[in-house]
Design a protein around this ligand. Structure first.
Ligand SMILES: [Zn+2]
Ligand SMILES: [Zn+2]
Length: 460
């Protein structure tokens, strides 16, 4: 790992904020995961830079290694196959396209070379050269063919232009179109073996321009050189030999370019969303922003945004808890006290009775005898706390008729109070007082029925 995220030490940083001087991971920036060149810092809201992934010097220093790769013993047969197949095709212009068939092993190996850097196996050093077994699995063939298709189209087009129109035009058109081939290969490799992946190619063109220039240069100049060598050879060698040479050179070009693209995947894979080593970002942006601000000690900012959130309907218990904790950390006890009732309301809406009970207890430590003022809140609380804290239920409901005589649920509240007294504390006599109150003040037949049932049950 190059540089860990400042706030997620186990995750590699993909971004650097120049303003704050921080290395940050994808969790800690505001940016879409498929956008690899743009994101903003969650602290200062300014653009962050993508961090380069690996050292190992500039990419062009790897050119020599990539150009030597096709001549390793495992890959030599790939060159021979293309050379042999190309030699066997009759030297008729219309049939020359068939020489491309000899490249099939090269397509497969090219894909395997890139795949080895796309998904390096754990605990193994970078695999430079895959074996023939990499081709037998058949898994990579779809990708290999999708990568081969655009490159072959370019080669065919350039060849046809050279043969039937003019040699310079064919060379120039071929060289220009070949500039795009590495981007298309990378797109298939990173986005998956689907034709739709081609659309992502511009990303790889622009996200690491310097390294891409090296790959595009190898693709284009390499292609031009092969063309030039063949143009010279055609005057001094018999046709089958020229075609064979063309096959071998094409294989060398193909495999070296694949090796260079593999090197790019190894260097920038994390930037492109592969091998990120971390889970996808699933936490909502607002929560991630708060987390970063908390880590950076910007409590006032978090407090501001949290206070804004709890005023909305979307506020969750977690938001209220955060606000309460922040106020506690910052020692703003007055605000904490003022927020107790709406916080309690949120806990009641979430039916989090134990937390509600805890909050009342804390509030009573600061302010003995404190209870929420709103009779509706008291009534809902009392219902929820019936089993958990009967003593608190009694405190919440007693004397309600004196303070809130107009409260619409008064009858029900006193029935609950009577039931608590009788069933939780065995105070049937005291309960009877409240039953009488309900009887004399409430005309609702259902309530009176309930009074009768309670009396029968408690034998009063
Ligand atoms: Zn992070
Ligand atoms: Zn910043």
């Amino acid at each position: 790992m190059n540089q860990p995220c400042k706030y997620h030490p186990a995750t590699e940083a993909l971004w650097f904020c120049r303003h704050d001087g921080l290395f940050l991971c994808q969790q800690c920036v505001d940016g879409r995961e498929d956008n690899l060149v743009e994101a903003r810092c969650l602290l200062c809201n300014q653009d962050v830079e993508a961090t380069g992934q690996s050292g190992g010097g500039p990419l062009w220093q790897q050119l020599e290694r990539c150009l030597r790769l096709p001549f390793t013993p495992v890959l030599l047969p790939v060159l021979l196959v293309w050379g042999l197949v190309a030699a066997l095709i009759p030297p008729v212009p219309e049939l020359l396209a068939l020489t491309l068939l000899g490249g099939v092993p090269a397509f497969g190996f090219g894909q395997a070379i890139m795949a080895a850097r796309t998904h390096p196996r754990r605990g193994r050093a970078v695999v430079a050269v895959p074996g023939w077994d990499a081709l037998s699995s058949g898994l990579g063939w779809k990708g290999a063919l999708l990568q081969a298709a655009p490159a072959l189209l370019v080669l065919l087009l350039a060849g046809a232009l050279m043969l039937f129109f003019s040699v310079p035009v064919g060379l120039v058109v071929g060289a220009l179109l070949l500039l795009l081939v590495p981007a298309l290969w990378l797109a298939i490799q990173v986005q998956g073996a689907e034709p739709g992946s081609y659309a992502a190619a511009p990303t790889y063109l622009v996200s690491v321009p310097r390294d891409y220039a090296v790959a595009a240069g190898l693709a284009s100049v390499g292609g031009l050189l092969v063309g030039a060598v063949l143009l010279v050879a055609v005057d001094v060698m018999p046709s089958p030999l020229v075609q064979s040479l063309g096959g071998v050179l094409a294989a060398v070009w193909w495999l070296s370019l694949a090796a260079l693209c593999g090197e790019m995947l190894g260097r920038h894979g994390r930037l492109w969303g592969i091998n990120t080593g971390s889970a996808r970002v699933t936490t909502p942006l607002a929560a991630r922003r708060q987390n970063v601000q908390l880590c950076a000690g910007r409590y006032d900012k978090v407090l501001l945004s949290t206070a804004k959130i709890v005023k909305t309907k979307k506020a969750t218990v977690a938001d209220w808890q955060r606000l309460d904790r922040l106020l506690q950390v910052l020692g703003r006890e007055d605000e904490r006290r003022a927020n107790a009732e709406p916080y309690l309301d949120a806990l009641v809406s979430a039916e989090n009775w134990s937390a509600a009970r805890q909050l009342i207890a804390e509030q009573q430590q600061r302010q003995p005898q404190w209870l929420p003022g709103d009779p509706g809140l008291r009534w809902v609380l009392a219902r929820g706390l019936y089993d958990l804290d009967p003593k608190l239920v009694v405190n919440l409901l007693k004397e309600m008729h004196e303070r809130h005589p107009e409260f619409s649920e008064l009858g029900n509240a006193y029935l609950l109070l009577a039931r608590t007294l009788a069933e939780k504390f065995g105070l049937a006599g005291k309960a009877e007082q409240y039953l009488r109150f309900v009887e004399s003040h409430c005309r609702d037949a259902r309530l009176r029925q309930q009074v009768a049932e309670y009396r029968a049950a408690w034998g009063a």
